[in-house]
Design a protein around this ligand. Structure first.
Ligand code: NAP
Length: 322
C-alpha cells in the first residue's frame, strides 16, 4: 500500500504516552498517522524513538488550548488533500497541585480549555471531513478515564472531589475570571481535570445522538487502563510520581504499559469488533492476562441527555461556533 492510499488517522497529543504509542501501533497496522502536537521537534524525536517510519506519519502543529490554532490545524490538514478515516482525541493536561487557575488566551481555565473545549471545537470542525472520507464507517474516538466515572471502582475516590458539573453555572456565566470551574464553585485543580474528562464522555454521547445515524460515523470512547508513568503526572509531587506506578502495579493491579495502552487505542480505531457507536470501552480497572474488552457503564451524570445538550450549547458559545 502506498502512503497516499493508506487510511489516515489524526491523533492529538501524539508526542508522548498513550498518543505516541497509539501512533506507533496504528502505523504498524498500516495507517498513515497525522500527529497533531504542540511541540513538533519533540514529536519527530519521539516518533523516531518508537520506530515510526518517516513515510508513515506527518506532524502538524496544534495547540488545543488556542481556538485559532485548532482552526488553523484543520486548514493545514485539509491542504494535504488527504481523506480522514479516524480522529483520536487524546491530548490532555493535568495540574493537580495548582492553587490558582492557569488560563488560556480567552481566559478559560486551562485543563477544561485544552481537554474539553479544544477537542469539542476540533470534533465539530472535522465531522464533515470524516463524513466525506469515502470510508463507510469512519471513527471518532475520545480518551476517557476511570477517575471521571464514579460507576467504576477507580472513580469512587473523592479526592479532591468527584467530578460534578452541577448545572453548569460557571459556563453559563461565561467561564472567565473570577470563574474557573464549570459548576461555578471554588477552584479545585484535580476536580477541573475530572470535570474536563466527564465533558469528553458527555461530548462523545451527544455526538453519537446527533450524528451517528445521519453520517455513519462511529463515535466511541475508551479507558486504556492506568498508564501510571506517563508524562500526564509530571505536575504531581515527585514522590507521587514514584509511588503511583508501584501502587498500581502491586496493589490495585490496574497498571498498563504505554505500549499496551496505545495498542488498545489502535484496536478501537481500526479493528472490526469496535464498530459500535455511542459506547465506552474498557478492559477493567484490574488488569488480567487475556481479558477481553467490554462496554463499560458510565455514570448517571455522563448519561444525562439534558446535561449533554446544555453542555453542547454552552461549549459552542465558548469556542465561538455558530
Ligand atoms: P501525556 O503523556 O502527558 O500525553 C499528553 C499529550 O497531550 C502530550 O502529547 C501533550 O503534549 C499533549 N498536550 C497537552 N496539552 C496540549 C495542547 N494544549 N495542545 C496539544 N497537545 C497537548 O499523557 P497520557 O497519559 O498519555 O494521556 C493521554 C490521554 O489518556 C489523556 O486524554 C488522558 O486523560 C488519558 N488517560 C490517561 C491515563 C493514564 O493513566 N495515563 C488513564 C486514562 C486515560 P506535550 O508533549 O507537548 O506536553
Amino acid at each position: 500500500m502506498t502512503t497516499s492510499n493508506k487510511p489516515t488517522v489524526i491523533i492529538t497529543g501524539a508526542s508522548s504516552g498513550v498518543g505516541l504509542q497509539a501512533a506507533r501501533a496504528l502505523a504498524e497496522k498500516g495507517w498513515f498517522v497525522i500527529m497533531a502536537c504542540r511541540n513538533l521537534e519533540k514529536t519527530h524525536k519521539a516518533a523516531k524513538e518508537v520506530g515510526i517510519a518517516i513515510q508513515n506519519y506527518q506532524a502538524f502543529y496544534l495547540d488545543l488550548a488556542s481556538f485559532p490554532s485548532v482552526r488553523k490545524f484543520v486548514e493545514d490538514f485539509r491542504a494535504t488533500g488527504r481523506k480522514l478515516d479516524a480522529l483520536v482525541c487524546n491530548a490532555a493536561v493535568y495540574y493537580p497541585l495548582l492553587k490558582e487557575p492557569v488560563r488560556n488566551e480567552d481566559g478559560y481555565e486551562i485543563s477544561v480549555a485544552t481537554n474539553h473545549l479544544g477537542h469539542f471545537l476540533l470534533c465539530n470542525l472535522m465531522l464533515g471531513d470524516l463524513q466525506q472520507s469515502g470510508n463507510p464507517q469512519p471513527r471518532l474516538v475520545i480518551l476517557g478515564t476511570v477517575t471521571a466515572n464514579p460507576k467504576e471502582l477507580g472513580g469512587k475516590i473523592p479526592i479532591p472531589a468527584p467530578p460534578d458539573l452541577g448545572d453548569l453555572e460557571g459556563f453559563k456565566q461565561g467561564f472567565k475570571a473570577p470563574i474557573s470551574m464549570i459548576d461555578g464553585k471554588k477552584f479545585k485543580s484535580g476536580k477541573a481535570y475530572k470535570d474536563s474528562k466527564l465533558c469528553n464522555m458527555l461530548t462523545m454521547k451527544e455526538l453519537h445522538r446527533r450524528y451517528h445515524q445521519s453520517t455513519g460515523i462511529i463515535l466511541s470512547a475508551l479507558y486504556p487502563g492506568c498508564v501510571a508513568n506517563t508524562a500526564l503526572f509530571r505536575n504531581h509531587y515527585s514522590l507521587f510520581q514514584k509511588i503511583f506506578p508501584l501502587f498500581q502495579k502491586n496493589i490495585t493491579g490496574g497498571y498498563v504499559t504505554e505500549e499496551l495502552s496505545g495498542e488498545r487505542v489502535a484496536m478501537v480505531v481500526a479493528d472490526p469488533e469496535y464498530n459500535v457507536s455511542g459506547v465506552y470501552w474498557s478492559w477493567g480497572n484490574r488488569q488480567q492476562e487475556g481479558r477481553k474488552s467490554f462496554v463499560q457503564e458510565v455514570s448517571d451524570e455522563a448519561s444525562d441527555t439534558d446535561k449533554a445538550k446544555l453542555l453542547w450549547d454552552l461549549s459552542k458559545q465558548l469556542v465561538g461556533l455558530n
